[in-house]
Design a protein around this ligand. Structure first.
Ligand code: TXA
Ligand code: MG
Length: 379
């Protein structure tokens, strides 16, 4: 049936996505259990979005604060606002014609795929899922295993990334077991996630204008290519119901997130010596004799830069998200696995740079690295 992994007291069964095992996963979901499953962005921790008991388990297993709402995953067959309303997942009554028409356009172009859209929720969707917001975040994932699970179960599946709250997101099934192995019964195997960063979250206002709330696996240029210029205004101008308007932009966009357990600092400049020395001086006392440091750059650093860094961190080891000439897609795919490896290595500190490019998936990578790191160490 699957492999029972014995590491670190794990009880999780890693199930190959055979027809029998998909059925087993569906039975578990129907009985209010939660499971790990692959999507093209990151692995998710899924539960029936209509079942409060299942949703409570998701928050409990992840130690996620209840004010941080979940994304609901739907089958790719629900390809319009009307279909989502007929499935009793969204409520069309408060949506304008322009809003519906832009949402339909986005759904048709980008679903299934790494785009999450915000809608007025149907009353049937658990308030626990939406943290009492009147809106629900929806996406149809493209991964075939996720699609089979959604189509065959007929359930909308609430699923955050399958990691402990605030920690590095999982892009391989092994990561799910490292994060949640003590709690989870099943995780469906789906190989390495092809995108590697979470979906782009967008919201459409009453005038049909689109704002991005979280950069992610769908780049801004591709969105703009289809829509023209994106709307830059605040969430309060979106014409969303007042409760949503008063809450922070995407409530889950907390400053510290996606973070390793060991200290990770970021450099603002191109590895300028003065900033490196300042950063070194800011280190906590127990790291003031720090020797082993992992340096994480977007591309391999030139020898001269490595030399400058070694003037401060004598035993620096160098890692890059991608090789020279590789693109941001490769960097995004490697990002979380790379952070996990550095977290588990014997270095005492990670220092990273933030990519500056506004193209492709670099803004999403920059966002994740910013939230995973601190500017200076502060107690
Ligand atoms: O790619 C993804 O989006 C992955 C996979 C598993 O689908 N999921 C994911 O979920 O990243 P999570 O829980 O790690 O992030 C969900 C984000 C949070 O920042 C949350 O605040 C935001 O979605 N969100 C959920 N419902 C919302 C709503 N009604 N309005 C605004 N933001 C919302
Ligand atoms: Mg997450």
């Amino acid at each position: 049936m699957g492999t029972n992994l014995s590491n670190s007291g794990s009880k999780t069964q890693l199930l190959n996505a055979t027809a029998d095992n998909i059925n087993l996963a569906i039975e578990a979901l129907k009985s209010g259990d939660v499971i790990g499953f692959p999507t093209e962005t990151v692995y998710g921790l899924a539960g029936n979005a209509l079942n409060d008991e299942a949703i409570a388990k998701i928050f409990l297993y992840k130690s996620r604060p209840s004010f941080d709402p979940l994304i609901v995953h739907v089958a790719e067959t629900l390809q319009s606002c009307t279909a989502l309303a007929e499935a009793e997942i969204i409520d069309l009554r408060t949506m304008t014609h322009d809003q519906i028409s832009t949402c339909d356009q986005l759904i048709q172009i980008f679903w299934p795929g790494p785009l999450t859209l915000i809608f007025p929720k149907h009353e049937r969707v658990s308030e626990l899922v939406t943290s009492s917001l009147p809106t629900v975040a929806l996406r149809a994932p493209a991964h075939l295993v996720a699609q089979k699970l959604l189509r065959q179960s007929g359930l909308p599946l609430a699923a955050p990334s399958a990691n402990q709250f605030g920690r590095i997101s999982p892009t391989k099934s092994q990561h799910v077991i490292e994060e949640l192995g003590a709690q989870l019964k099943f995780c469906l195997e789906g190989g390495e996630c092809q995108i590697g960063v979470e979906s782009t979250i967008a919201s459409v206002n009453f005038r049909g204008e689109v704002s991005v709330l979280r950069p992610g696996g769908l780049s801004l240029e591709i969105l703009e290519k289809h829509l023209g210029k994106l709307f830059q205004g605040l969430h309060t101008e979106l014409g969303l119901p007042s409760v949503a308007a008063k809450s922070p932009v995407a409530p889950g966009l907390l400053e510290s997130h996606y973070a390793p357990r060991k200290l990770m600092l970021r450099i603002q400049t191109d590895w300028n010596e003065t900033e490196l020395k300042n950063l070194y001086r800011s280190l906590p006392k127990n790291l003031s004799q720090v020797t082993k440091v992992s340096i994480l750059s977007s591309f391999p650093l030139p020898f001269e830069t490595q030399h400058i860094i070694r003037n401060t961190f004598t035993q620096a080891e160098f890692f890059s998200l991608t090789a020279e000439g590789n693109d941001s897609l490769t960097a995004a795919r490697n990002l979380f696995a790379q952070l996990r490896t550095l977290d588990q290595s014997d270095s005492e500190l990670i220092v990273c740079e933030l990519p500056k490019s506004q193209k492709d998936l670099w803004p999403a990578i920059r966002d994740r690295l910013t939230r995973a790191s601190k500017k200076y160490w502060t107690p």
